[in-house]
Write a protein of this length. Structure first.
Length: 225
């Protein structure tokens, strides 16, 4: 909740997220090492798309739980390499997936991957740290995975998301449980589930559904009555 979304900060966060917590006697990756991973675009993308991530991120199960509909419009905020966004595109048909990121490298990569896969329903957006640049009243579902705590002015960001959502739209938050885990960032960087629910309720959102099959994350779906 306390860091501006920047290319460097998201790179560091991703390196920490995808690196297991070291066993006793081992040394955790330093910030310099994590930043070096991000500056090597190929290594950064490889880390995001590492097949080993599927075991705990469970993308197939997440998509089934979302129940994506033909024709819907979904925005993946902090889309990175397109790990989720490209999967979403195969489920919304004539709809649209907005792959939103603050990194030009990631936007370029997603555009290339979508073109190679003939996914014409993906629109990559190079956003600002304080604005996803989504069209007003255009989105059926906004999706966050391990990104929210990097948004500095969350209240203002929520106002922009509210304007972008269509009536009856959903806001999906997947983030690491605030406890020691074998993957993910330090506990101090995590957002407690209860704190997130309370924050969104203050902005008029209501927790509509919760899924508990992810081993290291909470998976919350909010609506705005």
């Amino acid at each position: 909740m306390r860091h501006t979304v920047t290319t460097a900060s998201l790179g560091l966060f991703t390196a920490l997220v995808l690196s297991p917590i070291p066993a006793a006697g081992q040394t955790a990756p330093t910030a310099h090492e994590a930043h070096r991973l991000h500056t090597d675009v190929g290594a950064y993308i490889a880390a995001l798309d590492d097949p080993a991530r599927d075991a705990w991120q469970k993308p197939h199960e997440v998509i089934e739980a979302l129940g994506l509909k033909e024709g819907e419009r979904i925005a993946d905020i902090g889309a990175g390499s397109g790990y989720f966004a490209l999967r979403f595109a195969r489920h919304v048909g004539a709809g649209r997936v907005y792959a939103v990121d603050v990194s030009q490298d990631m936007v370029t990569h997603v555009q290339a991957q979508a073109k190679a896969a003939a996914l014409g329903n993906v629109q990559a957006i190079l956003a600002r740290p304080d604005d996803p640049l989504l069209p007003e009243a255009s989105i059926d579902r906004v999706f966050f995975c391990d990104v929210w705590h990097h948004v500095e002015n969350q209240d203002a960001y929520l106002d922009k998301l509210t304007k972008a959502l269509r009536p009856g739209g959903e806001l999906v938050m997947i983030d690491f449980q605030k406890r020691e885990l074998p993957v993910g960032p330090p506990v101090s960087m995590k957002i407690a589930r209860g704190d997130l629910v309370a924050q969104l309720e203050r902005h008029g959102f209501r927790l509509a559904r919760e899924h508990t099959f992810l081993p290291y994350h909470y998976f919350l779906v909010f609506t705005r009555p």
